[in-house]
Design a protein around this ligand. Structure first.
Ligand SMILES: NC(=O)C1=CN([C@@H]2O[C@H](COP(=O)(O)OP(=O)(O)OC[C@H]3O[C@@H](n4cnc5c(N)ncnc54)[C@H](O)[C@@H]3O)[C@@H](O)[C@H]2O)C=CC1
Ligand SMILES: O=C(O)[C@H]1O[C@H](OP(=O)(O)OP(=O)(O)OC[C@H]2O[C@@H](n3ccc(=O)[nH]c3=O)[C@H](O)[C@@H]2O)[C@H](O)[C@@H](O)[C@@H]1O
Length: 445
């Protein structure tokens, strides 16, 4: 099939490369000329494990091309996937990019063939049917469901593991009211024959995507709230508390050997809170959407509120350990919102560093790949960056672990014999491996 992906960010580019890998002819379209040129060279504009090799392979094979010319790209295409950003504008979801993409597609909709317009961006219920469909109809003069197909197909990949996630989907959700569109989408994903497919309405698909993110974020804030209670109890450690809870067959899967396996535990680590381009904005957009519909999204509001507190919890732990932070040298370990990416959007490292600077501390920030984007949003005469973990620890009064980069597993070895307490914002290091350890959700040592 010929597929056009509109918007070549994390979702668009990874989906495009993945669809090319399973045999489709893909054109990645973006308004950003620099991104298009980078993709044409076979160089991903984003950091994502496995993407450079796969992109190069598909570009070299001629299965994936990139363009700013949507009209040319759409000629002869079977499906277009809208994968543009859907930010939160402070009060509601901002659909300007989705609307523009829908209108642009409508203007160039292939005539004389059944083309499916599919929304992959995360959008509030009703967007595909009530916004995208009418805009494509208005721009094309054609009728949705009769002349062209309309579909919502949410994406569940996570940054850092995006390629692996796309190539091994847990489920495929096809939100459409049309049998013909369903069969086009089934053909698109036919190589993922073993994956469960949920066929439903576009609005249900939209709501399912938000609900998946909202549940994961709720589990994180729930764990963090319990962690806060644990830290006030003395001799209680949240890690074992959560292990006790989540090793329950009603929550976690049972292996063929009959043992309950970690399940959701494999994902959950109490800590500095969730960041990234999705959980924060999706939770806010869903809560705002609910309020506008007359619902009372109290749980969603509480999830957001708890998350705002978490960077401060980490800084407070450092203060409890060191007393005043004024004039102290603090190593902040990790800037990316999670390991495996150089994305710092809504990273808790940013408020952590701001709070440390407000406390008059001197900050040396370490990250293997996210220094450049962070230095564009944070600067102070008391803030420096380094790509060397040893340099970050040199002369530090304390180290604050914010992102669980695998190389931080070496910290017990690097800190041996040094009087540098580690304040673990991800419960990433075993307390037993360090003489001076503070961790979120654990009575103070
Ligand atoms: N980042 C992630 O891990 C995931 C994101 N999502 C959702 O997918 C959507 C896209 O997210 P990201 O890929 O992170 O966004 P992004 O911001 O990385 O990329 C969006 C791209 O769309 C381009 N664009 C904007 N308007 C355009 C237009 N009219 N025509 C062509 N290109 C246009 C931008 O230049 C940009 O390259 C969002 O709704 C997000 O919530 C869903 C699952 C995972
Ligand atoms: O809709 C999206 O954009 C995506 O959002 C998340 O993916 P992502 O934000 O890339 O990464 P996650 O691994 O979910 O982590 C999000 C944030 O939560 C934090 N987190 C995660 C787990 C945890 O226990 N505690 C915690 O604070 C991470 O450090 C990170 O800051 C979801 O996991 C994806 O399924 C979804 O497709």
């Amino acid at each position: 099939m010929k597929v056009v992906v509109v918007g070549t960010g994390y979702v668009g580019l990874v989906s495009g490369v993945g669809l090319a890998e399973i045999g489709h002819e893909v054109v990645c379209v973006d308004v950003d000329q620099a991104k298009v040129e980078s993709i044409r060279r076979g160089e991903p504009p984003i950091h994502e494990e496995g993407l450079p090799a796969l992109l190069k392979k598909q570009v070299d094979a001629g299965r994936l091309t990139a363009s700013t010319d949507l009209g040319a790209a759409l000629a002869g295409a079977d499906v277009s996937l809208i994968a543009v950003g859907t930010p939160f504008d402070g009060s509601v979801i901002d659909l300007q990019y989705v609307k523009q993409a829908a209108t642009d597609i409508g203007r160039h909709l292939p005539k004389g063939r059944y083309h499916v317009v599919c929304v992959k961006s995360t959008v509030v219920p009703g967007t595909t049917s009530d916004v995208v469909g009418p805009l494509v109809e208005a721009a094309s003069g054609l009728v949705a469901g009769r002349d062209f197909g309309l579909c919502m197909n949410p994406e569940f990949l996570a940054e850092g593991t995006a390629v692996k996630d796309f190539m091994n989907p847990d489920r495929i959700v096809i939100g459409t009211r049309e049998a013909r569109t369903e069969s086009v989408m089934r053909e698109l994903y036919a190589p993922f024959a073993r994956t469960e497919v949920v066929v439903t309405t576009p609005s249900t698909a939209e709501m399912g995507k938000y609900t998946a993110n909202a549940l994961l974020a709720t589990l994180i804030s729930f764990s963090n709230e319990i962690a806060d209670l644990c830290s006030r109890c003395g001799d209680v450690d949240v890690v074992d508390v959560l292990r006790t809870v989540y090793l329950d067959r009603r929550i976690s899967p049972v292996t063929p050997q009959g043992r309950v396996s970690p399940g959701v535990l494999a994902f959950l680590h109490p800590g500095t809170g969730f960041g990234g381009s999705c959980f924060p904005k999706d939770l806010k957009a869903l809560a705002a959407f609910g309020s506008a519909k007359g619902a009372m999204p109290g749980i969603l509001d509480a999830v957001i509120a708890r998350n705002r507190l978490q960077p401060g919890v980490l800084v407070d732990l450092a203060k409890q350990r060191l007393g005043s932070l004024a004039g102290r040298r603090i190593a902040v370990l990790g800037l990316a919102f999670k390991p495996g990416t150089d994305d710092i959007r809504e990273s808790p490292a940013v408020p952590v560093i701001r709070m440390l600077l407000d406390e008059q501390a001197t900050v040396v920030a370490h990250d293997p790949i996210a220094i450049e984007p962070t230095s564009r949003v944070l600067s102070s005469p008391r803030l420096s960056f380094t790509g060397s973990l040893e340099d970050a620890l040199q002369g530090a009064d304390a180290a604050l672990l914010v992102t669980s980069w695998p190389q931080y597993k070496e910290l017990p070895q690097l800190l041996r014999g040094k009087d540098i307490p580690l304040v673990d914002g991800r419960r990433f290091i075993s307390p037993a491996d360090l003489p001076a350890y503070e961790g979120i959700g654990r009575a103070r040592s």
